[in-house]
Design a protein around this ligand. Structure first.
Ligand SMILES: [Zn+2]
Length: 61
């Protein structure tokens, strides 16, 4: 099952989708390239006990 979240790019403020790796653990940090401006966005994911995903976006600076 694929799951996606929508994140807002901190550089260009556009929304884009990020595919979740639901088997990757409760806490995940990875870099995705913005689909709009192609800059690297650091994405922090945290899954709670119900499986809901919280996410936080920052720049890799
Ligand atoms: Zn962007």
């Amino acid at each position: 099952m694929d799951e996606f979240i929508t994140v807002q790019c901190p550089f260009c403020a556009q929304d884009f989708s990020v595919e979740l790796d639901v088997t990757g653990g409760r806490d995940q940090v990875f870099i995705v390239d913005c689909e709009v401006c192609c800059r690297p966005v650091e994405c922090h994911l945290q899954f709670d006990e119900a499986g809901a995903c919280m996410h936080e976006i920052s720049t890799d600076a």
